[in-house]
Ligand binder design. Structure first.
Ligand SMILES: [Zn+2]
Length: 244
């Protein structure tokens, strides 16, 4: 199995590894920092380099293994080849900022409007989030934007750790952690916490999540709520952008 290095330290954009399998235009490595598409977060891009050649990583998907689709010289590196990888860091860091902003938005909507998140999709320059709510007014949107930016300015720490699923189901609030949305096959969870700030011991957000995050909300930058859209009865979509 590929060791997902992005789970351990997502602030690193380079790594070394060994090719385990090669199939058509794809390779499997023993370890990788390339995040595969999942959870509303797009895959990383970048390059993989051997002693002989360099390939562009054009897609990364997780099925039974993490597959890196390569473009460049033929043939692709053989199993056993030592390679180094380098991410397109601007793209990955933007995804980390947008993804962490989505945590703030989900937690804020649940706390303030009792509106549960039902879906989300982010890119490197915009994102949207769907939630169970009838209709946000213009005043609501301005309040949401101000509330989120206050959490950014407050420089809240973001931390993550592994937890056994059974222990997590007993110890954590199921509404907030959204563990029930995960397939039963997942028995070890990655819990992501955003600090409650200097005045609270209770985290502002604590969810099971397999994405990549910044380590402090200050890194997100200014959040602008750009618009809302109805997604049918009792469903709203909120669009937002971050300062470049
Ligand atoms: Zn996350």
């Amino acid at each position: 199995m590929t060791e997902p290095l992005y789970f351990i330290d997502s602030s690193v954009g380079t790594f070394t590894g060994t090719v385990e399998r090669t199939l058509d235009d794809r390779v499997v490595l023993d370890r990788t920092q390339f995040y595969p598409t999942g959870g509303g977060q797009p895959h990383d891009t970048g390059v993989i380099t051997s002693a002989e050649a360099t390939w562009d990583v054009t897609a990364v998907e997780k099925n039974d293994e993490i597959y890196h689709t390569l473009a460049g010289p033929d043939p692709l590196p053989e199993p056993g080849t030592n390679v180094s990888g380098e991410l397109n860091w601007d793209r990955r860091f933007a995804h980390m900022r947008y993804h962490t902003a989505q945590h703030l938005l989900s937690a804020y909507l649940l706390e303030t409007y009792d509106a549960e998140t039902t879906g989300n999709q982010l890119y490197d320059d915009h994102a949207h989030l769907d939630c169970a709510h009838d209709r946000f007014t213009e005043t609501d949107l301005a309040d949401i934007e101000a509330g989120l930016n206050a959490l950014v300015v407050d420089e809240r720490d973001v931390t993550w750790y592994e937890m056994d699923r059974e222990a997590a189901e007993q110890a954590l609030d199921p509404d907030r952690t959204r563990i029930n949305l995960l397939p039963a096959s997942i028995t070890e969870l990655r819990i992501v916490e955003i600090s409650g700030g200097s005045k609270s011991e209770i985290p502002f957000d604590r969810t099971a999540c397999a994405g990549t995050h910044v380590e402090n909300t200050a890194e997100i930058g200014t959040i602008t709520v750009t618009k809302r859209q109805t997604q049918g009865s009792e469903h709203e979509r909120i669009h937002f952008e971050l300062s470049p």
